[in-house]
Ligand binder design. Sequence first.
Ligand code: T1G
Length: 695
Amino acid sequence: MVDARPVGFAVTEGVAVIRIANPPVNALSAPVRAGLSEAIAQASADPAVRAIVIAAEGRTFIAGADISEFGKTPVPPTLPQVIATLDACPKPIVAAIGGAALGGGLEVALACHARVASPNAKLGLPEVKLGLVPGAGGTQRLPRLIGAAQALPLMAEGTAINAAEALRLGILDAMAEGDLLAAARQHVLALAEAGDPLPRLRDRWDRLGPREAFEAAAAAVLKRAADHPAAAACVDCVRAAFEKSFEEALTFERETFLRLMQDERSKALRHVFFAERATAQIPGQPRDTQPRRIEHAAVVGAGTMGGGIAMVFANAGIPVTLIETHQEALGRGLERVAGTYAISVQRGSLAPEERDRRLARIEGRVGLEAAATADVVVEAVFEDLELKREIFGSLDRIAKPGALLASNTSYLDIDAIAQATARPGDVLGMHFFSPANVMKLLEVVRGAATTSEALATAVELGKRLGKVPVVVGSCHGFVGNRMLARRSAQAERLLLEGASPEEVDAALVAFGFRMGPFAMIDLAGLDIGWRTRKATGKTAPVADALCEAGRLGQKAGRGYYDYAGGARQGTPDPAVQQLIERISAQLGIPRRAIGREEITERLIFPMIDEGARILEEGIAARPGDIDVVWLNGYSWPAWRGGPMYYGATLGAAHVAQRLAAYAERSDDESLRPSAALSRLAREGLGFEALARTAA
Ligand code: T1G
């Protein structure tokens, strides 16, 4: 009978096993910290106990501090207090690490005298991903175990390493091939019998390694951490190991941790952590819905997207049939896939034998009949509704019963596609983002008839493919592209009113994006948007004029910018400025100098307004889902939390007021705040209020 408390205690043959059981990931919540502290004191005082093992139930060791407690009043004992108890224990303690030992979980293990792990263990200090530094001794103990120069990058990047690497580095003392607990007991008894003074990391100043090596590692971190205060703070904490006593350095680390805890970036990153996990809860879905088993996939269309999607399945170990209508198109598609893998092999990011295994999982076939045995079929053909309806009509006849039928369409009506079949319940959108084998976001688009089981299958499959699946409703552009359209419209409008492409791009880069809208369009190619606008009867005067002038972007050597000599970095082109000014004049739009604040707000605030409409229409279930879409599909800066999180920090009233002012100033009705946003502003409500109203 497992003790109801989150920490169990049992003594057998002189070894006290302290067992943490706090599902799902043994986070160090207040009850766990209290239980751990009591158990260590009990074991220390018990004369029958010669040695101690700390173990954990379930699939992880300890996933770290309980992030849901952050920002609340700390409940003693704090983790540093628990770790101080461990550190003061007069009896040998070994950590038995099965699964993940992350953050505070690794810090607990580092305070033990030794660490034994199973081969599947993962160890790391990921606090920096939450905008924090390790706050319970990690910045002092890890450098005293493996050297400061090796420890710093691990915590500054927050990467998790596997057990083999941890053993090689010296974080682990032994690997348990079989019974982990037995191996840990054996190790700790050997420590007890040796009778030597117990190894204490606090005393291993000698293991820090050369200061110069640390400073070189620090310089490398600081070069990459330009706008990442937590990574820079890791440098300061580890440097303290060279300059302060252990206790003083621990105090410095704790002060740094608590300061960063209050930082807006950390709050945003903690929001992202939970928002990304909340997307797995599909709105209105019975939690016990069982996803179907996917063992074989088919992808229809061997173009750029189809080939990329086939790679996603192959990379996840799922055999996939890549289907085309003609052999030559299929051949081109397969060559493109092989070429993409070859680049990864050349870069050293993919071993040749793994490349071969993945390629072997991709079978090229001509004709839709090849989809007959697939458990999931992803259509990735040209963005033409009639063509897609025709394909789904055929798939309805060919695909096996229960197969998931998905379209990769980026904006077309899923219901119209589903109605081409007699099984609309099995039809949904799986909108991958280009390049499909790289981008994390997967919009799972639910049709009116899509069943819960089909949705659960697509979400489960998305996670298995290494994607971040977000369930969205069907409308033009779903969530991401629908909000992008608002930003793109304003980007074009700002050009016509007097801003230059480089001023617009610079504003978004200063906001935190890696690239501005025009550099991004030049990279992707102006013809993609041009084709969509022509198909939907829309216009964008500047973009259309550039396309008509053959300025299709980097691939054409010029777009919004000039890429003379095949340059990757575009340079402003006076011809573009003249073209813009000419169109402004033709449209009778007066030009003026536009400041950065206005540019930034006119790019970002319409997206927030569109997000409010999306919530009210029920196209997204939660504001956080919209944030996850933009973080994983459009490189929204994670330390700003996402468009809806950012909007919430400003308040709906502020956003609405600014939009109304810009609408007046620019005489642009598209800037006027929507009814949804105006209601929130009037009633002083948060964006989640809209999600509740859209049942
Ligand atoms: N605190 C609270 N809840 C957590 C949690 C945590 N540390 N980690 C996971 N969860 C929840 C998560 O929200 C989800 O809940 C469920 O557990 C399953 O998570 C002092 C201060 C361990 C690799 O950053 O990386 O220690 O949605 O879906 O895919 O220096 O969870 O089911 O309700 O991710 O199997 C540092 C974060 C904290 C590790 C497992 N630790 N967690 O992955 O499950 S800061 C981390 C993970 C710290 C100290 C500092 C992963 C995992 P729900 P999941 P998974």
